[in-house]
Ligand binder design. Structure first.
Ligand code: GLU
Ligand code: ZN
Length: 314
């Protein structure tokens, strides 16, 4: 456990967050994650924070972070406190890495993706005892807290393979960037997040994140993974499959469609109300328990601008 962190905040008041990667404008899929985490925070009288996950600099698109904030504003999703930017927090991440390293839990690894593929896909802790130089290599965390299963508030019991649970995963990449798995947990601790509501594409990585929470503070927040909006089975809505940016000038249709996606019985007339009225209605209707529990829901944008949903995986 690290001296500057402890788990006391987990029993304190609700703090949730939305953590977009500014690799493009918000599309319907990211609106769902934003809206679900926002509504859950609101009905629990909690704080709702926004964090820009701009640590993966090659994927960051200039102007996207500001555009995302403008969209959240247009959709009435007003955040508490200052927006946190991961790109400005290198010292914090470096400090945590140094402490893990001082505890002898960090080691360099030279395995390429290709080599791992040939050895079965999952890293087999091959470089643990090799004493490689950090120069030009990735850094991995020795896994001392393997998580074989966990309970998600929506998806229920999630089981991991032993190989995945016991894998020493990368915390700093070969290209010298801090890995998502490290910074997401350090930030969630630093921002004292008590419940994480996000898309089900992050269900499996959650086991790693819980293991790092246990390593750092001995406990972990609650997780709720909302059905993922996909264009085709297995393919989440993204810029790559041409998910259009959502409309900032007329937010009502996409907002109402996102609420329908979340299982709320949105009356047709609601579309013609103001954004604050729609959100107030949603706060009265929303419960985590009533959300669909499918891993994926296929979204089709119809020609008339309506959205159509097909629930895919139970
Ligand atoms: N930045 C991640 C994404 O956009 C989400 C991280 C998280 O919610 O933990 O996919
Ligand atoms: Zn290796």
């Amino acid at each position: 456990m690290l001296p500057q962190f402890n788990s006391d905040y987990l029993s304190g008041s609700y703090r949730g967050r939305f953590a977009p990667s500014p690799s493009g404008a918000l599309h319907f899929g990211s609106l769902i994650a934003a809206l679900a985490s926002y509504l859950d925070a609101k009905i629990n009288h909690g704080q709702w924070l926004v964090r820009m996950e701009d640590i993966d600099t090659p994927r960051v698109v200039a102007g996207a972070a500001d555009e995302i904030l403008r969209t959240l504003d247009a959709y009435g999703l007003h955040w508490d406190g200052e927006v946190v930017y991961q790109s400005q927090r290198h010292d914090l991440y470096q400090d945590v890495l140094a402490q893990l390293s001082a505890a002898d839990l960090i080691y360099p690894c030279s395995c390429t993706r290709k080599a791992l593929k040939q050895r079965g896909g999952i890293y087999d802790n091959h470089c643990r005892a090799r004493q490689l130089s950090p120069e030009g290599n990735a850094l991995r965390l020795t896994q001392t807290q393997p998580v074989y299963s966990f309970t998600d508030l929506l998806q229920g019991e999630v089981q991991l393979s032993n190989a995945l649970a016991e894998e020493d995963y990368i915390v700093k990449r070969r290209d010298d960037l801090f890995a998502y798995q490290l910074v997401v947990v350090v930030d969630d601790i630093d921002q004292q997040i008590t419940r994480i509501v996000r898309g089900a594409d992050l269900l499996e990585p959650t086991a790693r994140q819980i293991s790092l929470f246990r390593q750092l503070i001995g406990d972990a927040p609650d997780y709720a993974h909302v059905s993922l909006a996909v264009a085709q089975p297995g393919f989440k809505l993204s810029k790559q499959n041409h998910a259009p940016a959502i409309d900032n000038t007329r937010p009502q249709p996409a907002l109402c469609a996102a609420l329908r996606f979340l299982g709320l019985p949105v009356p047709d007339e609601l579309q013609h109300d103001s954004v604050p009225t729609i959100l107030r209605w949603a706060e009265q209707q929303f419960t985590l328990q009533a959300l669909p529990r499918h891993r994926e829901i296929q979204v089709s944008l119809l020609n008339d601008g309506h959205y159509d949903f097909t629930r895919l995986t139970a």
